[in-house]
Design a protein around this ligand. Structure first.
Ligand code: GDP
Ligand code: MG
Length: 147
């Protein structure tokens, strides 16, 4: 069975869909896709359950709520030996776009943690990716019937 994961274009990522998907397709195929014109609060709360007590949580909700988002199930391409989560991690880059290495998806964002923090908002870093098999299963189930 080929490795699968869950992936999301955040509202700023939706605007760069073509560029981001071109990078993703170097390691994975999109096997399912769902586009929301407005991401419901309930889905955000479920997706980011682990962060609900963090100080940045309300900012995260503001960033995502009632904005477009694209959800995907990705499957590792044939012929790649590396673990899918490690491949996607490298492709996505650091949470802080300012620290994201050139060539990574998050390096495409002009934002930084520092600026976001000074403006009391979540950092706009284009995408969400599941960290491992267990989270991928949980997160995919929030949006898709079959994983
Ligand atoms: P990720 O796995 O790299 O997406 O990062 P986390 O799971 O730790 O955080 C979820 C999302 O919350 C991040 O992608 C950011 O959009 C936002 N975020 C996380 N930490 C901070 C922070 O310290 N400050 C701000 N402003 N936003 C944050
Ligand atoms: Mg995370």
């Amino acid at each position: 069975m080929k490795q699968r994961t869950f992936f999301m274009l955040k509202p700023d990522g939706v605007k760069l869909e073509e560029e981001i998907l071109a990078r993703i397709k170097s390691v994975a195929e999109i096997v399912a896709i769902k586009k929301y014109a407005r991401l419901p609060l309930e889905k955000i709360a479920q997706l980011y359950e682990e962060h609900k007590d963090k100080p940045f949580y309300p900012w995260l909700v503001d960033y995502l709520k009632d904005n477009p988002a694209t959800l995907m199930i990705l499957e590792k391409k044939d012929g790649l030996n590396e673990d899918l989560f490690s491949l996607i991690d490298k492709l996505v880059g650091s949470t802080d776009p300012k620290k994201a290495l050139p060539g990574t998806i998050r390096s495409l964002s002009p934002d930084s943690l520092e600026v976001a923090y000074s403006q009391n908002r979540a950092v706009q870093n284009l995408v969400h990716r599941s960290e491992n098999e267990t989270t991928a299963q949980r997160e995919a189930a929030l949006f898709f019937d079959v994983f």
